[in-house]
Structures are given as C-alpha cells and as structure tokens.
Design a protein around this ligand. Structure first.
Ligand code: KG4
Ligand code: ZN
Length: 396
C-alpha cells in the first residue's frame, strides 16, 4: 500500500474539493490512483501500480502486444484494488463520489495506450464523468511538485519560469515552463532517449531489463582507466544524442573481451536480452561507470547551457531516469552553485517511474484552466478521445 500526501501550487486557480481518478498504461505499468484535492493539497487515497517487468525481461525489452494483453488482464483488478485501498467499498459508491477521470493519452506504445484510453472511456461513459487526456511527459514533469510523506512539504510559490529536464525510456527533453501547462521545448534527443541508452548498454553488459537501475548499481563499483567522449559537447543547440555513446560502449566492450564476438552477429540477431559478450565483473562495472559518467555529464551540460540562456527560478527533473543517483546528486549540487537564483526540486524516487499518481495534479490543473466549451468537450470525451503514440507536449 502506498499512501502519499502530496501538494502543489495552485495559486493561479480557484480552489475546490474534488475527487479524481487517473489511469496510466503508456508502457508496461498498469496503474490507477485516486486523489482528493482540498486546501491546496492532494491527498492520495490510493495508488496501485502493477508492473509487467518480469514478463518483458526475457525479451530484453517491452513487447507491445504482450504489454497490451497484460493491461487488458490487469485493469479491472487494479481498479478494484484502488477502490478498496481508498476505502470506497465498491465502484458504484465511487461513481457517485468521483468528479473527474484522467488518462494518459500519449506519447507511448499504441497497443498499451489504447487499453487505458478505452478503459477510461468506458468508465467516463458509465459514470457520466468528464474525461481529461493527459500527456505522459507533462505528468512526469509535475512529479517534482510533490513530496511523499512523512517528509514535510512547503508550497512552491511562484516557481516560474521553470526548466524541466524530462528523461525517460522514450524521451529526453529540456522544457521551459512559462506558467502552469504552458511549455516551450528547448531541446530533444536526436536519436536514442537517455533511458533507452541505459537499457541498451545494460544489454551489452548482460544486465537484464530494465537496465537503468541495474547499470547504475554496478557503476558504483567501477573505476575505469578509460573514458568516452561527451556527445554534442560543443554544439550550440540544446539537443541530446546517445546513440554514438552506446556504440562506443559496444566497441570498447568487444575490445576488452578480446574481440571474441563478431559485430555482425550481434546486430543480426536481435532482439535478445543478452549479447553474451564475455566480460568480467570488473570490466562490466568499469564500462557501466564510464558510460553513466558521460550520459549524466551530457544531461548536465545541456541543462546548464539552457539555464545560462534562459534563466529560471526553478529547475526540476522528471521521468524514469530521474531516479539515477548520480544525476540527482549532480543536479541538486551543481545547479544552485552555478546558478544561485535557481532552486532545484527533485521528484520523490518512488514517483519517477510510470505511475497514475503523477496524473492527478495535471488532471486537476487542466480542469481548473478549462473554460465552459473545453469542459463540455471533456464531458464528451467518452465518445471521441483517441490514444496518440506521438502526442506533442504542447497539445492541450
Ligand atoms: O518514465 P519511465 O518509467 O518509462 C517511460 O516513460 O519510458 O522510464 C523508464 C526508463 C528506463 O529506460 C529505465 O532503465 C530508466 O528509466 N531508469 C533509470 C534508472 N531507473 C530507471 N536510468 C538510469 N538510472 C536509474 N536509476
Ligand atoms: Zn514514463
């Protein structure tokens, strides 16, 4: 059972008491949360996350159709667990109490998104509730506004402009937030996302899926006498690139293993969870350490470049890679030192992965911001809402 009390600044909007149910199925987590908003606080009444990691691990990555099948199987039991955890007894009683339903519309894997969106449409139809589509990256962005109990929370008064570094398995973005729900994307990845690079390097090292957490763990034991070049170090723009770094790790791994593996063989037989490159534990730790140092350096470089160009009052992290300990440590130490006017906010580690709780603040803000016409449209979304694999951050 997860009970968080979390809060966020809602000074720009009138406050009211509302009950919100949110659904997230963008990738391989089926998650439903129920939150109550009152007195400028969100109390999370229940939060259930059902992970499919074990199922996908043997394939070395998420298999979209398998993920969809699992969501289909899990959605009703996860809803039932969320209702019971919140103390509502049954869905009929909840239906009377709930004010809004929020759902991840995209970006993500389309077979997975379709399951959540269609489930949400059915609930919105049967319960006659407004259905609010949420952008997955926007939900990640808002996790820095919350703090899990028992840590105390102070309101983030006037945090704008705010720079957000959003880093997940599918995206890497630098976003300037001018005010609630208004974004300017300053830079994105040109190839692999940061989390994808962690996962692919983990596969090179034979660490299993998802590789990010495992890779950062063994990196602590590494002490390499080699280093990789930082991608796009001298570029003027604010984009990212991780594909070359991943290939550099592969070549170095093969070299360390005495070229005992044919590169063509490695690339021709995908997907498979482990490339079986014969590396020692020490070599794996060194490669992990060297890779992580450069990946984090690249994220820090671009975030600092962005802050130098676009001064911000607040800098935040969001997305699965925001759990990375080295990045969290460097982000919170170096940014306030080099940009004394910028305050750093980090999301609680337990909210960095995909989860439905992170949709609650955005669902509420979108409803508060909407005029009558938009609210009417939300009321009819049970009919027409579409899942979108490549949903843009600025589409509200
Ligand atoms: O946001 P998320 O849970 O799912 C997507 O929206 O993609 O992000 C998942 C990504 C995976 O690539 C995973 O390896 C990475 O986040 N990740 C990490 C760490 N924990 C999760 N990457 C680096 N260090 C970590 N500690
Ligand atoms: Zn995510």
């Amino acid at each position: 059972m997860n009970f968080f009390l979390f809060c966020f600044s809602v000074f720009h909007y009138p406050l009211s008491i509302m009950l919100i149910l949110t659904i997230e199925t963008s990738c391989d987590e089926t998650s439903i949360a129920i939150g109550k908003i009152a007195n400028q606080k969100i109390k999370l009444l229940s939060h259930v996350v059902s992970s499919q990691i074990k199922l996908h691990a043997k394939w070395g990555g998420v298999v979209p159709n398998l993920a969809a099948r699992e969501h289909l199987k899990n959605l009703v039991p996860v809803l039932d667990a969320a209702i019971r955890e919140a103390g509502f007894g049954n869905s009929v009683y909840l239906a009377r109490k709930i004010d809004l339903v929020g759902v991840t519309q995209g970006p993500g894997l389309i077979p997975s998104l379709l399951m959540g969106v269609n489930f949400a449409k059915s609930l919105a139809y049967i319960w006659r509730k407004p259905l609010i589509p949420i952008n997955h990256m926007e939900a990640h962005l808002y996790t820095s506004w919350v703090k899990a109990l028992p840590r105390t929370f102070s309101f983030r008064d006037k945090p704008f402009p705010m720079l957000a570094l959003l880093i997940s398995g599918g995206h890497t973005m630098l976003v300037m937030v001018k005010k609630h729900l208004e974004y300017k994307v300053l830079g994105e990845t040109l190839d692999d996302a940061a989390g994808e690079a962690f996962d692919k390097v983990a596969r090179i090292l034979g660490l299993g899926y998802p590789g990010g957490p495992q890779l950062s763990k063994i990196a602590q034991r590494g002490c390499p006498d080699f280093e990789f070049p930082v991608p796009l170090k001298n570029s003027r723009d604010l984009n990212f690139s991780f594909s070359g770094l991943k290939t550099a790790v592969l070549y170095k791994a093969l070299k360390l293993a005495g070229n005992k593996k044919n590169i063509k063989d490695i690339f021709s037989r995908v997907p498979k969870p482990d490339l079986n490159i014969p590396l020692t534990r020490r070599q794996k730790a060194d490669l992990a350490c060297a890779f992580q140092a450069v990946a984090v350096e690249s994220l820090m470089e671009q975030a600092k470049k962005a802050l130098a160009r676009y001064p911000a009052k607040t800098a935040v992290l969001g997305g699965g890679v925001a759990a990375n300990a080295l990045l969290r440590e460097r982000f919170s130490r170096e940014i306030p030192r080099e940009f004394p006017k910028t305050r750093v906010l980090l999301p609680p580690v337990e909210l960095t992965g995909d989860n439905a709780a992170m949709l609650i603040p955005v669902t509420y803000l979108k409803w508060q911001k909407a005029g009558r016409a938009r609210r009417d449209a939300y009321g009819k979304n049970w009919q027409s809402l579409e899942a979108k694999a490549n949903l843009d951050l600025n589409v509200s």
